[in-house]
Design a protein around this ligand. Structure first.
Ligand code: ADP
Ligand code: MG
Length: 94
């Protein structure tokens, strides 16, 4: 059993097969219901990992979510990266 001690990078946890407690239902609820969220929890409660998880969702990295709650419940193709948004603003992306 590989515990992700001290790791708050979602891709590292998933790619290197660390234990991940599926919090993607919570992530989806945040995405669908809230514009602003204040994560008020003591240290080591998973705030940084949750933020990194949201980053991966918004960047559309569906492959990292294989087998997790959100995998077939979120339109990963609709995700725009920061780079996409910048290109869109410059008129380079329709
Ligand atoms: N959903 C999860 N599944 C497995 N381990 C987790 C999960 N969320 C957090 N952890 C682990 O708990 C520890 C603290 O997480 P972290 O995101 O750094 O917390 P915080 O930012 O609140 O201090 C890390 O070792 C991290 O890998
Ligand atoms: Mg943190």
């Amino acid at each position: 059993m590989k515990l992700p001690i001290g790791i708050s990078t979602f891709s590292k946890i998933r790619e290197d097969n660390y234990i991940y407690i599926d919090k993607t239902e919570l992530a989806l609820r945040i995405i669908n219901n809230h514009s602003y969220v204040f994560l008020s929890r003591p240290r080591r409660f998973g705030k940084s990992l949750m933020l990194d998880t949201l980053k991966e969702i918004f960047e559309g990295n569906r492959e990292l979510f294989e087998g997790l709650y959100i995998h077939d419940r979120y339109d990963f193709d609709s995700s725009l990266t920061v780079g996409d948004v910048a290109r869109h603003k410059m008129g380079l992306l329709a």
